[in-house]
Design a protein around this ligand. Structure first.
Ligand code: NAD
Ligand code: UDP
Length: 346
């Protein structure tokens, strides 16, 4: 099968690309605006990369989609800091440019696996129920809280993909990832920069390595379910291998057993770092107001707990507990620091 990935050199893309290529079953075509994480992930193995910008290379995107059996759309701006600093760019890429990829899939009747986000669920509204793909209400804050622009753009695209399924027979699966962590998640950040801040695991990892305080936004009381990337990739493989069961489905990918408040997560990362990597480190954890950390317009998702019964119905189960997830991810960052900084900067 010919599988093409747009956004292939990101965190998820590079890990998924390696796995899909490893077993030699598929012809895997990797498209992105650059290939640094692919080079890091594949090390000395070869891979088929093409520089494709989905915003500008529309004819080429259409041709790649036409000649593929399956397309993964992973291209997006994903950092919450950017939802506040560059909201219009977020909508342009995550909605309009991705819509173009999806319309090519409709035109050429190509199977699509599109990356939505668990952020579309928004806030819990006080409910403690896990998020269910086809039942849970999507609750976002007011317009001036710009954080929700990412969720809103992604939600509208989800609704259009659904409608293309109903009206034009598009064969698709929508993935809702719940806080994946692992090798090649974002990058090291030597200094904290409000407009270019990595997601929480990479930011805390950077704080530990560069000996700066771990910052808990508004006290770190909000909760996430951290999912190891290998579990996420095995979920993708299961979805690829179950085209009929997963067709026209929205699917949560996450590990509900790995729920943690951000404050507990900071403590866990600090303890594991001192115990396993640098016994002389003395991490400092401090609270910071969200307005200072992200700027005005930030509002948080209070809790994100996935219902994963759809994936369980095709035999998938997450394997990595929270401590192992964090430890394995940290190990990769520590062992590969020089090369990561050399290629991705800090
Ligand atoms: P990432 O930022 O690591 O990867 C995104 C990739 O898209 C990058 O390699 C980037 O170069 C590429 N890209 C950006 N603009 C492009 C363009 N114009 N043309 C082609 N490629 C372009 O993000 P990720 O964590 O790998 O996320 C992948 C997808 O999964 C995104 O759609 C994201 O919204 C979704 N998602 C991820 C998570 C998670 O836990 N990582 C959570 C929720 C949703
Ligand atoms: N967060 C934090 N400190 C940081 C980075 C993030 O306390 O250095 C918090 C953030 O406010 C949110 C959670 O950690 O509550 C997860 O943030 P992330 O950027 O990873 O993405 P999200 O899950 O919100 O999409």
């Amino acid at each position: 099968m010919k599988i093409s990935l747009f956004g292939a050199s990101g965190f998820i893309g590079s890990n998924l690309a390696l796995k899909l290529s490893e077993d030699g079953k598929h012809d895997v075509h990797l498209c992105d605006v650059e290939d640094k994480k692919l080079r890091l992930r594949f090390e000395n193995a070869s891979f088929k990369y093409e520089k494709v910008d989905i915003s500008t290379d529309k004819d080429r995107v259409d041709e790649i989609v036409r000649t593929s059996d399956l397309v993964f759309d992973l291209a997006a701006y994903v950092h919450p800091a950017m939802f506040i600093s560059n909201p219009l760019d977020v909508v342009k890429l995550n909605f309009f440019d991705c819509l173009n990829v999806i319309q090519s899939c409709v035109r050429h009747n190509t199977r699509l696996i599109h990356f939505s986000t668990s952020e579309v669920y928004g806030k819990t509204g006080g409910s403690s129920e896990p998020f269910k793909e086809d039942q849970t209400d999507l609750i976002l804050g007011p317009i001036q809280n710009q954080r929700w622009i990412y969720s809103c753009a992604k939600q509208l695209l989800d609704r259009m993909i659904y409608a293309y399924g109903v009206e034009h027979g598009l064969n698709y699966t929508l993935i809702r990832p719940f806080n994946f962590v692992g090798p090649l998640m974002d990058r090291f950040a030597k200094k904290w920069d409000r407009e270019d801040n990595p997601r929480v695991f990479a930011n805390f990892m950077s704080s530990l390595v560069y000996n700066r305080p771990l910052q808990l936004v508004d006290g770190g009381m909000n909760r996430r379910c951290f999912t190891y990337i290998d579990d996420a990739v095995s979920a993708m493989e299961a979805i690829v291998d179950h085209p009929d069961e997963m067709n026209r489905q929205i699917v949560n990918v996450g590990n509900p057993a790995n729920e943690s408040s951000i404050a507990d997560f900071a403590k866990l990362m600090s303890d594991l770092y001192v115990r396993n990597f640098d016994s002389s480190a003395a991490p400092v954890i401090q609270s910071v107001a969200s307005n200072d950390f992200y700027g005005k317009g930030y509002e948080d998702c209070d809790r994100r707990l996935p219902d994963i019964s759809k994936l369980r119905s095709i035999g998938w189960e997450p394997k990595y507990g929270l401590e192992e997830t964090v430890l394995r991810s940290m190990q990769y960052f520590v062992q590969n620091k020089t090369r990561l900084v050399e290629l991705l900067g800090d």
